[in-house]
Ligand binder design. Structure first.
Ligand SMILES: Cc1cc2nc3c(=O)[nH]c(=O)nc-3n(C[C@H](O)[C@H](O)[C@H](O)COP(=O)(O)OP(=O)(O)OC[C@H]3O[C@@H](n4cnc5c(N)ncnc54)[C@H](O)[C@@H]3O)c2cc1C
Length: 306
């Protein structure tokens, strides 16, 4: 069985930064496993600006930022199109790649698998199961990576930063957002965004409003929204369910490590409950900025090489 000194699961900003820092600090046997065909994590499909390196004031569009992350990572053993499926009882990894299913063992294992938006089911949204309902991540992959336009008049559920990222993506693709719908009384992102949504993008923000059901036969035709004790329908042809991020926990849902909510429980030094398993970046449960995840990774590299 293949064995490595350090195996990092996830080639996003946190995983790539950690691998590069470890290499600079003399740890040579480091492997990064990334399920996508290209490393870079979420920024790969965020076509808007706002991504900054922790050590500079410049900001970049997501794909440019992801490219900047990949450049120094050329020196490391990065295996793309490689998905870690689960862990064996003895703590080894089972992974899938073009070579098929393999097992790998690691002296130290680092979880850098990021976070994901809560699904429709997790949010208890009723109605038919129809195409045209997706989260921001899928929307951005389809628009920026596949150059698709999955719908033209969607509604956006949520009012977090990422919901406004969806709004920008819709504008990029020439879609007209019918409404932004949030259960909160005030926006999770700064209020100026709500004003911008209405004035710049023509999308009204419905506060204290709950999406009850997605309606339609073969495709989305409307959403049913409850607000202030009354229920109304908003015509639309797509629904973007954004935000409410939770740690990407699929790998350790079976009790492999202790959790706090969805995220791995860690000490200040990024240690999980299992010896030799560490965690860094957004997998820790909060949607941080990319630069913050990279700073965490640098910190972890120091801890690992102290
Ligand atoms: C829509 C959106 C817009 C954003 N805009 C900004 C912005 O403007 N500026 C900013 O600074 N930050 C922004 N962020 C936040 C930023 O993208 C994250 O902070 C950063 O990507 C987190 O890095 P990470 O490495 O922890 O996780 P991720 O970037 O999520 O990377 C995790 C990687 O792990 C891989 N992975 C997961 N599970 C497995 C597995 N089982 N096997 C193998 N690989 C696996 C994934 O494919 C992924 O590549 C945005 C986030 C979103 C969602």
């Amino acid at each position: 069985m293949e064995h490595h000194d350090v195996v990092i699961i996830g080639g996003g900003p946190a995983g790539l930064t950690l691998a590069c820092e470890l290499r600079e600090r003399g740890r040579k046997d480091v492997v990064v496993l990334e399920r996508e065909a290209q490393a870079g994590g979420i920024p790969r499909h965020c076509g808007h600006g706002g991504f900054g390196l922790y050590n500079s004031w410049r900001t970049h569009k997501g794909p440019t930022f992801a490219k900047l992350l990949r450049e120094p990572a050329r020196e490391i053993d990065l295996r793309t199109a490689t998905t870690v499926l689960n862990f064996t009882m003895s703590g080894n990894l089972r992974l899938h790649s073009a070579k098929g299913i393999q097992e790998m063992s690691a002296g130290t294992l680092v979880l850098a698998t990021g976070t994901r938006e809560a699904s429709r089911a997790a949010r208890l949204i009723g109605g038919n199961k129809l195409p045209g309902v997706m989260n921001t991540g899928e929307l951005q992959q389809r628009v920026y990576l596949n150059h698709e336009k999955p719908f033209s008049r969607p509604v956006i559920i949520g009012s977090e930063w990422v919901s406004f990222s969806s709004l920008l993506t819709c504008r990029h693709a020439g879609m007209r957002v019918q409404a932004m719908i949030t259960e909160e009384a005030s926006l999770d992102a700064p209020g100026i965004f709500g004003l911008g949504a209405r004035l710049v993008f023509g999308a009204p923000v419905l506060r204290k409003a709950k999406l009850r059901a997605i309606l339609g036969h073969k495709k989305v035709e409307a959403v049913e929204v409850e607000q202030g004790g009354t229920t109304k329908q908003i015509a639309c042809d797509g629904v973007i369910i954004s935000g409410k991020f939770r740690s990407e926990s699929a790998l350790y849902a079976d009790g492999f490590i202790e959790r706090e909510g969805w995220a791995p429980k860690v000490t200040e030094q990024f240690k999980t409950s299992r010896p030799n398993v560490l965690a860094v970046g957004n997998v820790l449960g909060h949607l941080e900025r990319a630069g913050t995840c990279m700073l965490q990774a640098r910190e972890l590299a120091k801890v690992m090489t102290a």
